[in-house]
Write a protein that binds this ligand. Structure first.
Ligand code: C5P
Length: 224
């Protein structure tokens, strides 16, 4: 039994606007990508495949000697598929994890929780956390936004990574070549049941400058 983790890290980081792809931005002395990979390796994952922008492959491979680095695609799902192709050629895993580089502070326990749920029989597993804000559906009109409805937040979960799959479920999810913001979205579209396990607030995604400041403060506070 072995676990491989695929890390899409080829995003431009437009919303972070740090002047370089997000995974290569400094986070307290290491890049976001190095911290993400360290979290994966700390969770006893057997192999790691990382997708990065084409011009950063050599830099990433030098920075991450324990990982297999491939060229990512224009969309997240294409980057994941580049990782799947490399992983199927090189590794024979019973669980495949997919983890955003941008969730650099994800604790090892969350990886284990997802792997355990796949090994317990779920074909697709995602971490989710309850939504704490009140949520409104809105529509534009007259230069402003207007509330259409208040959404029942008790049935909603904010979804994180790592997301875990059996090799067969992941292949079926990506078979149609579709695009989604996460892999579970493709699994749902392929009719694969998706199980939710308890997520972790430390698995938040670094998307904006605010998130990066938060990540730096958390690392400073824990002295890592
Ligand atoms: O854009 P977002 O933050 O949702 O991206 C989630 C993850 O997917 C990030 O780690 C990002 O680097 C990765 N990604 C990718 N290839 C793309 C777009 C995003 O690997 N074309």
């Amino acid at each position: 039994m072995s676990t491989v983790c695929l890390i899409p890290a080829a995003g431009a980081g437009t919303r972070l606007a740090a002047g370089r792809p997000k995974a290569f931005v400094d986070l307290a002395g290491q890049t976001i990508l190095e911290r993400a990979v360290r979290g994966v390796l700390d969770a006893d994952v057997d192999a790691v495949v990382v997708a990065v922008p084409a011009d950063l492959v050599a830099q990433a491979q030098a920075m991450l000697p324990d990982c297999h680095v491939v060229v990512g695609g224009a969309e997240r799902s294409a980057s994941v598929r580049a990782c799947i192709a490399a992983a199927s050629a090189s590794f024979d895993a019973d669980v495949i994890l997919i983890h955003d580089a941008a969730r650099a502070l994800t604790p090892p326990d969350l990886f284990r929780r997802v792997v355990d749920a796949v090994r317990a029989g779920a074909p697709a597993v995602i971490p989710g956390v309850p939504v704490t804000d009140t949520l409104k559906a809105v529509e534009p009109g007259g230069g402003a936004e207007h509330v259409v409805a208040t959404v029942d937040r008790s049935v909603l979960r904010a979804v994180q990574t790592p997301q875990g799959f059996t090799p067969d479920a992941l292949a079926r999810a990506h078979a149609a070549g579709g695009h989604a913001t996460d892999d579970a979205g493709l699994a749902e579209a392929a009719g694969i049941p998706v199980t939710v396990v308890q997520g972790d607030l430390m698995a938040f995604k670094i998307t904006t400058e605010w998130d990066l400041r938060l990540a730096r403060m958390l690392l400073e506070a824990t002295g890592v």
